[in-house]
Write a protein that binds this ligand. Structure first.
Ligand code: GRF
Length: 198
């Protein structure tokens, strides 16, 4: 059986990328083919290299506001690696419809909230400010609308009265590392049935 080839896009430490890479072994239908970052500062690049995975950097800064020009470069290593699936994992650049449409139905993202609540940034602060008792993370298909595509999985955490944005983020991240690999495995088999943890 030929494996699905998965490109993982990161901007930071890449803990979600590491979880995904560690999950793609033995009878898993997919294998990582590329770890790509928009910044050479991303700590996840060294982790990917240590795992023997091809890496690439396309720095977004030289392109300024010209998102299309940045994305025309960003797509090159993904095509060269022959990716079948693209996983955004802590990737912090908003992608235009021009880019997303080339991977529609083949691109996933993990977002640290129970979508549709709290699209965008600072999700943990916002959940605390609202006094939510539940919070969590969502894996969804990427569409042109930010943090809006079909939900493929969610994991829930309880918010404690003494939680801070940092302690809440840490709880959510533990669940992200379980949810994203579970969703990718099912997705790579062509099954888009949503997964809800616990
Ligand atoms: C995490 O906060 C996660 O919720 C979001 O990106 C951040 C960094 O993730 N997806 P990672 O450690 O770089 O995977």
């Amino acid at each position: 059986m030929s494996h699905k080839r998965v490109a993982i896009l990161i901007s930071g430490g890449g803990s979600n990328m590491v979880s995904l890479v560690r999950s793609m072994t033995s009878d898993h239908p997919a294998r990582p083919c590329l770890v790509l970052s928009n910044t050479a500062e991303a700590g996840g690049l060294a982790k990917a290299e240590a795992a023997g995975i091809r890496t690439a950097v396309v720095d977004h800064k030289p392109y300024g506001k010209d998102r299309a020009a940045f994305e025309a470069e960003l797509i090159q290593p993904i095509l060269e690696a022959g990716a079948d699936i693209v996983c955004l994992a802590g990737f912090m650049r908003v992608l235009t419809d021009g880019f997303v449409s080339q991977f529609q139905g083949r691109m996933l993202n993990i977002h640290p909230s129970l979508l549709p609540k709290y699209t965008g940034l600072n999700t943990h602060e916002r959940a605390l400010a609202e006094g939510d008792i539940h919070h969590g993370c969502t894996v969804h298909e990427v569409t042109a609308v930010l943090d809006d595509g079909p939900v493929l999985g969610q994991a829930q955490v309880n918010v404690a009265t003494d939680d801070t944005p940092e302690s809440l983020a840490a709880k959510v991240l533990v669940e992200e590392h379980k949810l994203y690999p579970a969703v990718l495995r099912r997705y790579a088999m062509g099954d888009k049935t949503p997964i809800f943890l616990p």
